[in-house]
Design a binder for this molecule. Structure first.
Ligand SMILES: [Zn+2]
Ligand SMILES: [Zn+2]
Length: 342
């Protein structure tokens, strides 16, 4: 073969590889852990990140559901495990999961603030697992290094970012005054939640764990430090002390996904906020909520129905850098594609 010809073939192959890589999607599995949280993200680079591990016990139920999603995604290890906070429905499944799949890095907000015997036992069981990997302490403003996508920490250990991220920084017209805020403070682990913004080109997704109302207020009032997102995972499973209208409306999501269980979260208050959110085009749920009644999404958009055997179906999102993303219900194959705003 002539040298010029070989060079051309090399160049064509290189350009093809670069184009193929840029067309690879971010894949997100919203795993049904019965009102807890577990979300698996696989970057276009193939690196994996798991946010929370669901509940302990139940004959390894949640760990096995996560393993099934990992198999579907074709990954053999969790590169980064983010523990949003040390409540049982988020960190409880970590020991069981670690027995099934290797975990490299552990990202969390530090130590539990709940030092009762149950809280201590959960935290200590997690520490045993964490000690076998690399620990990263989450701080607001930090980025988690994952090739192919951007993961920014918005909140951790009761603090929120001091400066807006790229795309944020506008006045938030939906903010109440401080005196109009729901009274009280939240001294529980929820307020310590590690909150994440995940960006792939024009696609942005927010996951704030169980962050509660005062921290939400600090994050988006009076300046919306986050900006708008394409995808909103219900904060705190749609419980009515999170997911206030001043944050959901300001985030302006195209799609919301409810990580409520049948009897956990999915409150009428939080779901009303979602339905009234300006610009919302799609609402999907991991479960129909018994409390929400008619405020639930139509059955086709719910992964696990209370009238059927619960097999732990997931909701999968495939997102591209141009902002297009497809949501699929693994129970029935129902699928919809959404486009970024002009
Ligand atoms: Zn929770
Ligand atoms: Zn919690």
């Amino acid at each position: 073969m002539k040298r010029g010809c070989a060079l051309w073939i090399f160049l064509v192959l290189t350009v093809s590889c670069v184009l193929a890589a840029s067309l690879k999607p971010l894949r997100i599995y919203f795993i049904d852990v019965e009102g807890g949280q577990s979300t698996l993200l696989v970057s276009p680079s193939g690196q994996s990140m798991l946010v929370d591990t669901g509940w302990p016990d139940h004959n390894n139920r949640d760990a096995q559901r996560i393993q099934a999603a990992a198999r579907d995604a074709g990954i053999k290890q969790i590169d980064d495990l983010i523990i949003t906070h040390f409540h049982e429905d988020h960190v409880g499944g970590a020991p069981q999961l670690a027995a099934l799949i290797p975990i490299r890095n552990f990202v969390d907000h530090g130590s539990t603030v709940e030092t009762d015997p149950h809280g201590e036992a959960l935290y200590n069981a997690y520490l045993k697992v964490r000690s076998k990997g690399h620990h990263i302490l989450a701080r607001p403003g930090m980025e988690i290094p994952i090739a192919g996508m951007k993961v920014e920490i918005l909140s951790a250990a009761g603090n929120v970012i001091g400066q807006p991220v790229l795309g944020g920084g506008e006045h938030n017209p939906y903010c109440p005054t401080e005196s109009q805020l729901r009274p009280g403070v939240d001294t529980s682990e929820n307020a310590q939640s590690v909150g994440l913004l995940i960006t792939l080109g024009k696609f942005r997704m927010i996951d704030l764990g169980d962050l509660t109302w005062r921290k939400e207020y600090a994050l988006v009032c009076p300046i919306n430090r986050v900006g708008r997102v394409e995808l909103y995972l219900t904060t705190h499973h749609g419980l009515n002390i999170s997911g206030e209208s001043y944050i959901v409306d300001a985030l302006h999501p195209i799609v919301a996904i409810g990580n409520n269980g049948a009897n956990k979260g999915g409150t009428p208050e939080a779901f009303t906020v979602i339905h009234n959110s300006p610009g919302l085009e799609g609402f999907w749920e991991l479960h129909d909520s018994l409390a929400a009644g008619k405020l639930n999404a139509p059955a086709a958009y719910i992964a696990n129905l209370n009238t059927q055997e619960d097999r732990g179906h997931w909701i999968k999102v495939t997102a591209y850098p141009n902002g297009n993303f497809t949501v699929t219900n693994s129970r029935n194959g129902k699928s919809e594609t959404y486009h970024p705003r002009p």
